[in-house]
Design a protein around this ligand. Structure first.
Ligand SMILES: [Fe+2]
Length: 287
């Protein structure tokens, strides 16, 4: 389902998310604004202090079983020496990096994270008060390493620390410049509970005809936003042909007791938020 910027929040969206597990809002964010964020991320990439230790995928190259699991469960991270040689070199050893404290590093990101229409949409779809879960800002690399983690079809049934995932919705925003950017998000548009299939971390070639029929790869342009249900639907991200910067937001019910990965926000930025926006960031650490 493709919506335009002025979409109405109504029952049809709830049905779409329940039955198909995804929707796309086209031209939602200004491409030029996203380009600015994108170039700021590119600047962060040159200093390893800005991101979490990347996993050594080259080391796990032949351990397919380990690659078919959440990236965070891999213990071996990249060697300091390789890391300090810069991303143009270390990108051949890992598939991507996740940045620390996105809201502290790129203050304008708050315009995306606290978008009021999205807050309204998400509280409507989830039903009741919501909060933001972990905020993920990442760069994925083009290289010849094997796929891992999100490159395989999976559902987010466990959190990073192994707890059962509570109901949530995610938003995927591609920040790359250029025209069409389709292909990074792939989705099986049928609830897992309705499929005669039960696997985790599988490849396209393992799909049954039923799954293949339900495979959706939205054609996306800069400014488009994908909303999806990660727990009840299989999804994957293709390995990029060029370096790809992404932002993932996670919305969950306010009653969700799972302690989220801490997200930091500047006190001054938090104070400027509206009442509605503050609700979303209630568990953020104000620094
Ligand atoms: Fe996922």
């Amino acid at each position: 389902m493709y919506l335009n910027k002025k979409f109405e929040i109504n029952e049809s969206l709830k049905k779409q998310i329940h039955n198909k597990g995804y929707l796309v809002v086209q031209n939602y964010f200004e491409p030029n604004f996203l380009r600015k964020i994108n170039s700021k991320i590119n600047r962060l990439l040159v200093d390893q202090n800005n991101f979490l230790p990347p996993r050594d995928i080259k080391f796990y190259k032949k351990q397919t079983k380990k690659l078919k699991s959440p990236n965070g469960t891999l213990k071996k991270t990249l060697d300091k020496k390789i890391l300090s040689s810069g991303y143009k070199k270390f990108k051949y050893f890992t598939n991507g990096v996740s940045y620390r404290d996105p809201l502290l590093k790129i203050r304008n990101l708050k315009k995306i994270v606290f978008d009021e229409k999205f807050i309204k949409l998400m509280s409507y779809l989830i039903g009741g008060d919501i909060k933001l879960g972990p905020l993920k800002m990442a760069t994925y690399f083009n290289n010849k390493l094997p796929k891992n983690c999100i490159n395989y079809f999976h559902s987010d049934h466990l959190t990073a620390d192994g707890k059962k995932m509570s109901k949530c919705l995610k938003v995927s925003i591609s920040l790359n410049t250029g025209g069409k950017i389709g292909g990074e998000y792939m989705h099986i548009a049928k609830r897992k509970s309705k499929l005669k299939f039960n696997k985790q971390y599988f490849e396209k070639k393992l799909m049954t005809p039923e799954l293949k029929d339900c495979l959706v790869i939205p054609k996306l342009s800069l400014g488009d936003v994908v909303v999806f249900d990660p727990t009840n639907f299989y999804h994957a991200a293709a390995k990029p042909k060029n370096k790809r910067n992404m932002l993932y937001l996670e919305y969950t019910s306010k009653n969700n007791k799972n302690v989220p990965f801490p997200t930091n926000i500047f006190k001054t930025d938090y104070k400027k938020l509206s009442k509605l926006q503050k609700k979303l960031a209630s568990s953020f650490i104000k620094s």
